[in-house]
Design a protein around this ligand. Sequence first.
Ligand code: ADP
Ligand code: MG
Length: 303
Amino acid sequence: MNWTRGKIIGRGSTATVSAATLQESGETIAVKSADFHRSEFLQREAKILSSLNSPHVIGYRGYQITKESFNNYNGEATTYNLLMEYAPYGSLADVASKNGGSIDETRVVKYTRQILLGLEYVHNSMGIAHCDIKGSNVLVGENGEAKIADFGCAKRIEPEITEPVRGTPAFMAPEVARGERQGKESDIWAVGCTVIEMVTGSTPWSGADSNDPVSVLYRVGYLGESPELPCSLTEQAKDFLGKCLKKDAKERWTASQLLNHPFLITKPDNEPELVTGLVTNSPTSVTDQMLWRSVEEDRPSWW
Ligand code: ADP
Ligand code: MG
């Protein structure tokens, strides 16, 4: 498959994501790239993504290893590239920031339902926990539907922790903060945090006195604190978040149970998709001059 790299559309902790054009069809795809020697997690992500097939998970289009020369690099670099379906509206975090910071409740309900449909499939049909659900890892497809992406932290669901905890501290459940267990229940805690992020436009704990990662993990894991709920929420929304943010993972609702919660079933799902004005500069043009910045500059979002 031949493709031409376009402009950078995202830079995360481990890789750089560019738009790209398939030479034969002219179709736009997204390519997540990392220096081959630092691409262990990207390769693992590609393997997981290749096994998934759901309208609420970003589509896999293959992988390629390329040798490319970049403006700021003298010579050729070997690059591992994960090829994906392109999500023209970016992530939920991008949608919120382009929408003045937050997302309205009707759309929050729709995205939450779609995230849970994706998780129900990933958890129950595939036996995988995502382990890094948050606004910047959920993308919005061309029909305005939420699609789970960034499976770089995902792992097989096991009864006990078998590998180190990974993910983003502000979205971690108490049992994850204590290093005891990371599985489908902790993804549900992160869904609650993502709802808070969509409603407020800020990640949980960002208003706390001390929101450094160590302090947040201590407060969640050992002091039994939960992220603050926005006071603008309806009682139904608060009840829904209560089920996601149950401190005891065994009491936390599952994706299937939450899909039947009144917060998600009492509102119609037929509002216009991403009306003009919500997103100002999408789809992203891929004609801009190619840019490249080394993944060396990246700051890890987990520890
Ligand atoms: P990382 O593992 O480095 O966090 P992500 O896979 O989360 O990388 O991608 C980083 C950002 O790139 C996302 O938050 C989003 O803004 C953008 N992005 C990633 N994949 C796509 C895609 N398929 N379509 C459009 N934008 C994407
Ligand atoms: Mg990410």
